[in-house]
Write a protein that binds this ligand. Sequence first.
Ligand code: MN
Length: 359
Amino acid sequence: MQRRDFLRGATLAGAATALPAPASSFESDTPPQPLGKIAMEEHFMVPEFLDYFAETYPNINAEIAKLAPDALMDFGERRLAAMDENRIDFVVLSLAGPGVQVEKDPALAQRRARSVNDFLAAEIQKRPTRYGGFAHLALQNPAAAADELERCVRHLGFQGALINGQTNGEYLDLDKYSVFWERVAALEAPVYLHPANPVDHPAAYSGHSELWGPVCSWAFETATHALRLVFEGVFERYPKARLILGHGGETLPFSLWRFDSRWLVCNRGGRTLPNPPSFYIRRNIAVTTSGMCSNQSLRCCLDAMGAENVMFSIDYPFEKTDLAARFLESAPLTQAERTQVASANATRILHLDRPVAKT
Ligand code: MN
């Protein structure tokens, strides 16, 4: 069975499943609507990358740090059961960060990224109707990263790449990354910009470990990275390049008006753009609902970014699949919006109908 046939069938079959109990953990009077869903911030791990993953431990509590590797390394019963119970048809898998982006040896980073992509491709091959993949890339070498992205998309059937923020202190707006963005645009392969830590530890977070990570610093680090791309003109130069931001867009949708307003009066350092910042954010950035089960945040994303730019995600295994699923099924949306967020936008943006080239 082709992936696209399964996706159509699964979405329809979902309508015949029993209605789950009404959700009580978030604010909605809307009864749950059974519907097939696609999720794309869903992580995995391999033993050889646990040392890189340990860089994330200071950001999360010890219990999660202890439990996460087992869940991350399962590609079978546990992951599929959570998907089936919650009507998740298809997930795009990505390595839990930061991976080789913190590797100091560029050649080693390149070799290890390639090997983990081959590993993921083999897992996808076992269940091609349920799993897709985002490439893990060694951005230390932008041209080689572009080539690896192309290999993963054209020959391994991946949907794009997931990048964990900065790479050894360098951000993706630097001129050296033009070769990478050119390929992203040519392949129409989206880049999921995922949170990670900066190389320094700003004074604003000192003495407040709770702010260092998912509560606060990751959102602002990731939002700032995305804005660097907007203001450096990456999306002006590569109109077909597309970024995906998780967690309701990492605060950006709420601030579009202010970006446009203050861009006119700030110290631009010589930068110019023919369009206001919000033009590029709406045209080139899509957002997901990963780890953000709030009706108010979802409404803001839909209204600010356009319903065609908002997609469902969970952030497995760090967030609860059942909570995320019931949230979307119960959110006060039009049926058209719900279908767009659940699967239609993902099918279009991730090119899930794209054929895979033979190697
Ligand atoms: Mn994540």
